[in-house]
Design a protein around this ligand. Structure first.
Ligand SMILES: *Cc1c(COP(=O)(O)O)cnc(C)c1O
Length: 349
């Protein structure tokens, strides 16, 4: 096999990932701290995230689907993995074969697991107001779960990133369920929920976005470190004369004779067109390169006029601090990560 280097890369900071996990764990008042690694670890690479966090002491991981779970086999020693979407009829072979628990989400899923789960432990999601996944409270309290070997009983907060009354209502509902439905452990909080206080932590928290550098709420500001640093290589430098335009639709016109760096990245890599005109850009050796013109599928252009002796093949660091990039682009911090595509080489340090 020849080694073909990619002209795009994500530099991934394992120390920052672990520091974020430790900070989140510290907010839980003694609760265990797990990790949501669905969507390939929010695009960082679920297997690598799991390896780094397991080495730091994380024991509980969550993916969305059985295909994601299967791709993580074999699991590191002592690690538990749960599939948030539970078991549909076509999942039962995977669910019986893999050392992974389903998170049962409906009376139908509970029945399926009772019938074909061979008495193995499971997790259960109860809906406390989001109306996305989970048994209704009346179903959970009405006997649907009697006798089931529940490892973790979960619910999920709908508005934890906001100061909403819904948070306290969901907390109260979850406390009531905890009194009524026996399980080994109870788990409510995602990243934003952890920031609401240790009352929300119960036995196990399930952060995702904050592990990867997202700031879910103000309380986390200054505590969460950037983990993901997208970089792209300069493909060409060109001179653009004053009054000439750059890119599709000629949306940027050079206000002076300019140097333009054209780089290997575009919307096919998850760097969407809404970044254009929103004040973002990249940097090279501390020099700022504003993004100019439209984002193409595989290419973007930067004004490199004030960027010093930059040359073809140099690596540009994208402005990708998640809270500020989200505010600028209108994308969520989640979309900024999960859109990052397969053309990025992923390099952990
Ligand atoms: C994705 C997810 C999480 C993690 O949420 P973040 O907001 O990324 O911290 C936790 N629990 C469930 C059920 C999820 O689907």
């Amino acid at each position: 096999m020849i080694h073909v280097p990619s002209p795009l890369r994500l530099r991934l900071d394992s120390n920052a990932l672990i520091a974020n996990w430790r900070w989140l764990a510290g907010q839980g008042g003694g609760a265990a701290c797990g990790a949501a690694i669905k969507a390939d670890g929010y695009s960082l690479g679920a297997r690598s995230v799991m390896r780094h966090l397991a080495a730091a002491g994380c024991r509980d991981f969550f993916v969305a689907t059985w295909a994601e779970a299967a791709a993580l086999m074999p699991l590191p020693e002592g690690v538990s993995l749960s599939v948030l979407h539970g078991v549909g009829a076509s999942d039962m072979v995977a669910a019986r074969t893999l050392p992974v628990r389903p998170v049962l989400n409906s009376v139908e899923q509970v029945a399926r697991w009772r019938e074909a789960g061979e008495g193995r432990p499971c997790d259960v999601m109860v809906d406390t107001g989001m109306n996305r996944l989970g048994l209704r409270i009346d179903e959970a309290l009405g006997g649907a779960l009697d006798g089931l070997a529940i490892e973790t009983l979960l619910s999920h907060l709908a508005s934890a990133d906001e100061d909403s009354d819904q948070n306290a209502r969901q907390l109260a509902a979850f406390q009531a369920i905890r009194e009524a439905v026996p399980a080994q452990r109870y788990s409510l909080a995602n990243s934003a929920g952890i920031c609401l206080g240790a009352d929300y932590a119960f036995d196990l928290t399930r952060p995702g976005i904050a592990l990867y550098g997202g700031t879910p709420r103000g309380e986390a500001q200054g505590h969460i470190r950037q983990v993901v640093y997208p970089e792209t290589r300069v493909l060409q430098l060109r001179t653009v004369r004053k009054g000439e335009a750059v890119g599709y639709g000629a949306t940027w016109t050079a206000p002076r004779d300019s140097r333009v760096a054209v780089a290997n990245m575009g919307y096919a890599d998850g760097y969407l067109r809404c970044h254009a005109g929103a004040g973002g850009g990249a940097s090279w050796q501390g020099n700022a390169l504003p993004l100019i013109g439209r984002v193409s599928m595989d290419l973007i252009a930067f004004d490199a006029s004030d960027a010093g002796a930059i040359g073809e093949g140099d690596w540009l660091a994208l402005d990708y601090d998640l809270p500020s990039a989200a505010a600028r682009s209108g994308l969520s911090q989640y979309e900024l990560l999960t859109g990052l595509g397969i053309r990025f080489a992923r390099l952990w340090s």
